[in-house]
Design a protein around this ligand. Structure first.
Ligand SMILES: [Zn+2]
Length: 392
């Protein structure tokens, strides 16, 4: 029987509230105050901490609790930036952290300040349990995740991750277990033509016409015989925006489209880009006044970790011991900081955290208070299973 950990639930929830009340909206980010709160907690639990500045009023914080270096270390990670509250009016103050009927409301309550707080309190519970650690526990709290994981990309270059053998990312999963995430490959395609009076289109080169032809070719981009990934399924493509033209009676000389592709392991983004360029080039070919440019906006490779890695097994067992239900490893179609940590450190990852994934970025975002405490207990048990001797 695994040992339970003493999670100070009331204090944990107060800590979530403190974090939610920090307006770390990205852009511009302003994560510093939230990172300071995390830093102070980690220190109070006996962690060595490193403060990593990331632009004005922005920073990451990394804590390390040293073990005997007999087993690989474990990385706990989360981000403290949040998306803006949005245009839709909220019933609850987005930065008030009100608790109503067991739900804590606020921007970041779900994605993912509750996850960050649960990681920090789990780390504290393990530290205070006095159980000897066979490996290090590293807690890395990042800035600038919501704008494409640029913060993690900056942080991972620091020499703070020596000996880490697996990463747990506490993004909202309602305590489900995810071991794979799709890649994100965002391209901007711009067709250039030549402007002319709308009554004399033959004098110009219509960039919107070229774009239209290009867009009809896109369904052929991913080969139809591409085998679906066992967890992530098939890749997707969404044309997010198309813009072109200035006036009804003017031949448009520019048209721009943004393509959002979500990829699966085995697809190479460089190959996809080459195919897109070839398709666009075919459209422009034979039109000397037409030209096309392709620009990469976001390039995050897909991540797939073994569903039976020691970390995945430890988290699944911990969730079962806390909630009574063993989660089956699944995948997510969006990207998280795991897309940086897993490939750069060459380690397996899992995503597991409190809050419904569908609540992220929504008005009246909330997290179930009970699930935050459960998450902290899950994280502490999983870490102990990996880092401590049984029964120590
Ligand atoms: Zn998030």
């Amino acid at each position: 029987m695994e040992q339970a950990f003493r999670i100070e639930e009331a204090e944990l929830i107060r800590f979530v509230q403190e974090l939610v009340r920090v307006r770390s909206v990205n852009p511009p980010g302003d994560e510093e105050a939230a990172a300071r709160l995390v830093e102070a907690r980690l220190r109070s639990f006996g962690f060595e901490t490193t403060w990593v500045p990331y632009g004005p009023n922005r920073a990451h914080v990394v804590g390390r609790l040293r073990g005997a270096a007999k087993v690989p270390g474990l990385l706990f990670s989360g981000h403290v930036d949040v998306v803006p509250p949005g245009e839709t009016a909220w019933d609850h103050d987005p930065f008030g952290a009100e608790i109503v009927d067991g739900r804590l409301y606020g921007r970041g309550a779900c994605d993912m300040k509750s996850g960050v707080a649960a990681l920090v309190f789990a780390a504290g519970a393990l530290a205070r349990s006095g159980r000897p650690l066979n490996g290090d526990l590293v807690v890395a709290i990042t800035a600038d995740e919501e704008a494409g994981c640029r913060g993690a990309e900056h942080l991972v270059k620091e020499p703070l991750f020596d000996g880490v053998g697996a990463a747990l990312i506490a993004e909202p999963s309602a305590l489900q277990l995810y071991v794979a995430e799709k890649g994100a490959f965002w391209l901007e395609v711009v067709f250039f033509g030549k402007t002319a009076h709308g009554s004399m289109p033959d004098q110009g080169e219509n960039a919107i016409d070229h774009m239209a032809q290009f867009l009809t070719r896109l369904p052929r981009l991913f080969p139809s015989d591409l085998p679906p990934h066992p967890i992530l399924g098939r890749p997707t493509l969404n044309v997010g925006t198309v813009a072109g033209g200035v006036k009804i009676n003017v031949v448009p000389d520019r048209c721009v489209a943004a393509l959002d592709m979500r990829t699966i392991p085995g697809q190479r983004h460089a190959d996809i880009r080459t195919r897109v360029e070839a398709m666009a080039g075919e459209v422009a070919a034979g039109h000397p006044r037409a030209r096309v440019e392709v620009k990469t906006l976001v390039d995050r490779e897909p991540v797939s970790s073994p569903p039976d890695s020691p970390l995945a097994n430890a988290v699944a067992a911990a969730v079962e011991s806390v909630t009574g239900t063993r989660p089956r490893p699944g995948g997510v179609p969006y990207f998280t900081d795991a897309c940086v940590f897993a490939p750069v450190l060459n380690i397996p990852m899992v995503i597991c955290g409190p809050g419904l994934p569908s609540m992220a970025h929504q008005p009246d975002e909330y997290v179930e208070v009970r699930q935050v405490a459960q998450a902290a207990e899950v994280f502490a048990r999983a870490a102990a299973a990996l880092l401590c001797d049984p029964g120590s």
